[in-house]
Design a binder for this molecule. Structure first.
Ligand code: 0RA
Length: 646
C-alpha cells in the first residue's frame, strides 16, 4: 500500500500504466524469440546468461568502482553473481515511477547486443542484458547493498513478484544476483564448469587486477573454488597460453605495447615460442573477435612491415633476399590484441569481426612507434625474433623448391593422381566423397564395397608424419601425406585453394581402436594446421564403423556401442551370436558398405571448430613436445573415452 501511494505520487500522469505495458511487451518479446537476444536456447545460450550478468559487474569494475566478482554455481544449477560495486540504484526512477533497479531488471534496453543498432560498449551501458536474463529465468533475485541498507526484490519469468524491500543493514556496497534459467525456454540446464572457467579467466586477463572467483557447489563431494586475478593483464594471458600449450619461449619478457588516441585505446602483448604455430587472439571492448577484423589485420600488416624494415636496416636481409612474408614473422608468435572503442561495429554472420576502420590507424601508429622503439632498445630480443623469421622464410622457400622438384621428379604434376587412389567416376565435388582409409586390407574392402560413381578411396600407406613437430617442407616429402594433398587437389598452407577441392566430403575411416584414434588425430592435426579452410567449411567427416554384429538365424543387426549391443541381444531373445569387429579389415565389402559407407544408413561425425584458440591448444598439447601438459590433458579427459579397445 505504501509503495502504491509512492508510485502514484511520483507519477503525475498515466506513465505508470504505459510503463507496465512496455515492460510486459518487452518480456513477452524476449520469451517468444529468445534466440534473438541470447543467440540460442542450447548450451551456448544458457552460458550466455551468466556472461550477461557478469558483464554488468565488469562494467562497474571498468568504471572504477568494483574490484571483486564472485560467481557461484549452486545446487540445482542456480547461478549467483556478486560484486562489490556501487550497487544498482534503488531510488524511484522519475520517468517510470518505480525503483531504478526494477527498471533495470524489467525494461528491455534499446541498445542490446543483438538487434537494435547500437552495440554494447563496456563502461557505457550499465544494466544491459539483466532484463533479458530475467525474462528467461524461472526466477531471479537481486540483493543490493547501498545507502547503508540491503534491498531485495524477486522476479518470476521477468515479472516482479515482490516489492523492492529493505531486508537488513549494510556497511558495504554491491550487487548480488541469483537466478535459475527457465527450463521452459532452455533445452539444457547443466552448466559446464570449464566453459565458465574459460570465459571468466579470459575476462580476468582482459581486466588487469580484477579479481574474479568461480565456485561450483553442485556436488558436495567435489566442491571446486578457483580465483582468477592477473596484475599483468594481457601480458599474463600471453604467458599463460604459451605455458598451457607447452611451448618454450624465445625471450623471457612478454612485449607489451599500448596507446590511446582520445576515443580509443589499443594494447598488444606478444611473445615468441619455439613452435611453428601462430596464436593470435583479439578482442574489442572485451568481446572476443573470433573472426578478427580491422585491429587484427592492421597488427599483421604492421608487424610484417616493421620486421622487414628492421631486417633491411641492420642487413639481416641482404639486398637480393626476398622480403619476409606474414607467415614467416608470425611463426611461433603468441599475441593478444585488445582494443576499446566507442560504437564498436561487429560484423559477419556471427558478429565476430570488428569493422571499425578508425582502429586500423591507431594500431598501425602504435606498432610503428612502440614496436620499432622496442626493437631498437632490445637488440638481443630483436635478433632472436628476426633469426626465427628469416629461418622460417628460408624453410618456406626451400619447401617451395622441394614441392616443385617433387612434382617434376615423381610426375606429380597437377593432374596425376596418386597410385593408390581408387577414384570415383563423377567429378562434381558437390556429390563426391573421398574415404581416407588406414591399412591395405580395409582399403581393399572399401574399394570393393563402395559406390564407385561418387566414392573415391585412398588407402594410406607408409610412415605418418606428426605435423605438429614438422615444417611444411617435410609435409611435401612425406609419403603418407602427399597422396592426401594431391588427391584433394587444393594444396596446403598459404597455397591452399578450396575452389580446387575435388571431393565435397573428406571422410576419415579408421579402426575403432587406439591405432585408429592415433591416425585420426594425426590427420585432424594435419587438416587443422595446413588445410584449416577445409575444416571451417565443414568438409571433414569421421566415419563411424560398427563395433559389433549381432545375429540370430537369418537376422542381424549392427551395434555402434555396448548399450546397443545389449539391447539387440535382448531383442533377439538370447542365443544371439555376437561378433566383435576388431578392425575395418574384418568386415567384408558388403558389410562395410551397409554399415559405414551407404549414405542412407551410415552415421558420420562432422568435424567443426568451435573455438580456434582452444582447438589450437588441444592439438599443441596432444601432439607437441612437452609430456606434462599432455599427461594432464589425458588425466582430465580419460572419463570421456569410450569403446577404446586397449
Ligand atoms: C546503473 C547505475 C549505476 C550502477 C549500476 C547501474 C550497476 C549495475 C550493476 C549490475 C551488476 N552490478 C552492478 N553494479 C552497478 C551507477 C550508480 C551510482 O551512480 O551510484
Amino acid at each position: 500500500m505504501d509503495n502504491e501511494l509512492k508510485n502514484t505520487a511520483v507519477n503525475k500522469d498515466t506513465t505508470y500504466d504505459e510503463s507496465q505495458i512496455q515492460i510486459l511487451e518487452g518480456l513477452e518479446a524476449v520469451r517468444k524469440r529468445p534466440g534473438m537476444y541470447i543467440g540460442s536456447t542450447g548450451p551456448k545460450g544458457l552460458h550466455h546468461l551468466v556472461y550477461e550478468i557478469v558483464d554488468n559487474s565488469i562494467d562497474e569494475a571498468l568504471a572504477g568502482f568494483c574490484t571483486d566478482i564472485e560467481v557461484e554455481i549452486l545446487p540445482g544449477n542456480v547461478i549467483s553473481v556478486k560484486d562489490n560495486g556501487r550497487g544498482i540504484p534503488v531510488g524511484i526512477n522519475e520517468q517510470m515511477g518505480i525503483p531504478t533497479v526494477t527498471v533495470v531488471m524489467t525494461v528491455l534496453h534499446a541498445g542490446g547486443k543483438f538487434g537494435g543498432n547500437g552495440y554494447k560498449v563496456s563502461g557505457g551501458l550499465h544494466g544491459v542484458g539483466l532484463s533479458v536474463v530475467n525474462a528467461l529465468s524461472e526466477w531471479m533475485e537481486v540483493e543490493i547493498a547501498r545507502d547503508g541498507k540491503i534491498h531485495h526484490q524477486r522476479f518470476e519469468r521477468g515479472n516482479p513478484v515482490t516489492e523492492l524491500t529493505v531486508i537488513g543493514e549494510a556497511e558495504h556496497t554491491g550487487t548480488c544476483i541469483r537466478f535459475k534459467a527457465d527450463n521452459q525456454i532452455f533445452e539444457v540446464e547443466e552448466y559446464d564448469f570449464e566453459v565458465l572457467q574459460k570465459r571468466l579467466r579470459e575476462q580476468a586477463f582482459l581486466n588487469a587486477g580484477l579479481r574474479i572467483t568461480l565456485a561450483d557447489y553442485r556436488d558436495k563431494d567435489n566442491i571446486i573454488e578457483e580465483e582468477y586475478c592477473y596484475e599483468g593483464g594481457i601480458s599474463s594471458y600471453v604467458e599463460f597460453m604459451n605455458k598451457t600449450r607447452g611451448y618454450n619461449v624465445l625471450h623471457p619478457q612478454v612485449i607489451y605495447l599500448s596507446m590511446s588516441d582520445g576515443d580509443s585505446f589499443a594494447e598488444i602483448a606478444m611473445q615468441y615460442n619455439d613452435s611453428y604455430n601462430e596464436t593470435i587472439v583479439s578482442f574489442a571492448n572485451n568481446i572476443h573477435t573470433v573472426d578478427g577484423g580491422t585491429h587484427e589485420t592492421s597488427f599483421k600488416t604492421s608487424i610484417t612491415r616493421i620486421f622487414n624494415d628492421y631486417a633491411r636496416k641492420y642487413s639481416l636481409l641482404k639486398e637480393n633476399d626476398q622480403s619476409l612474408k606474414g607467415d614467416d614473422v608470425r611463426e611461433g608468435l603468441t599475441a593478444v590484441i585488445s582494443v576499446k572503442l566507442k560504437e564498436a561495429q561487429f560484423e559477419g554472420q556471427t558478429k565476430g569481426k570488428l569493422g571499425n576502420t578508425s582502429i586500423s590507424s591507431l594500431v598501425n601508429t602504435l606498432m610503428n612507434e612502440k614496436l620499432t622503439a622496442f626493437l631498437e632498445e632490445n637488440p638481443q630480443v630483436a635478433r632472436i625474433i628476426l633469426e626465427k623469421s628469416i629461418n622460417a622464410a628460408r624453410v618456406r622457400e626451400a619447401a617451395q623448391k622441394a614441392r616443385e622438384l617433387a612434382r617434376k621428379k615423381s610426375g606429380l604434376a597437377s593432374t596425376r593422381m596418386p597410385e593408390k587412389l581408387a577414384d570415383c567416376i563423377w567429378t562434381d565435388p558437390e556429390r563426391t566423397e573421398l574415404y581416407i582409409v588406414e591399412g591395405d586390407s580395409a582399403g581393399g574392402s572399401a574399394i570393393q564395397g563402395r559406390d564407385r560413381n561418387f566414392q573415391a578411396i585412398l588407402p594410406l600407406w607408409g610412415k605418418m608424419l606428426n605435423v605438429e613437430k614438422a615444417r611444411i617442407d617435410k609435409v611435401y616429402t612425406n609419403e603418407k601425406l602427399l597422396p592426401v594433398v594431391v588427391a584433394l587437389g587444393c594444396g596446403i598452407g598459404e597455397d591452399f585453394d578450396i575452389t580446387k577441392l575435388r571431393y565435397g566430403k573428406v571422410i576419415i575411416m579408421a579402426d575403432a581402436d587406439v591405432d585408429g584414434a592415433h591416425i585420426r588425430t594425426l590427420l585432424l592435426t594435419f587438416f587443422f594446421r595446413y588445410m584449416r579452410p577445409l575444416v571451417d567449411a565443414g568438409h571433414v567427416y569421421i566415419a563411424q564403423p560398427p563395433l559389433y554384429r549381432i545375429s540370430k538365424g537369418k537376422q542381424h543387426k549392427y551395434a555402434f556401442n555396448d548399450e546397443e549391443r545389449d539391447r539387440y541381444i535382448a531383442e533377439f531373445g538370447g542365443n544371439a551370436e555376437v561378433q566383435r569387429y576388431k578392425g575395418l579389415g574384418e568386415m567384408d565389402p558388403e558389410q562395410l558398405w551397409e554399415t559405414t559407407m551407404n549414405p542412407a544408413f551410415r552415421t558420420m561425425i562432422k568435424v567443426s571448430i568451435d573455438d580456434i584458440p582452444s582447438t589450437d591448444e588441444t592439438f599443441s598439447i596432444l601432439m607437441g613436445d612437452k609430456v606434462e601438459p599432455r599427461r594432464e590433458f589425458i588425466e582430465k579427459n580419460a572419463k570421456y573415452v569410450q569403446n577404446l579397445d586397449i
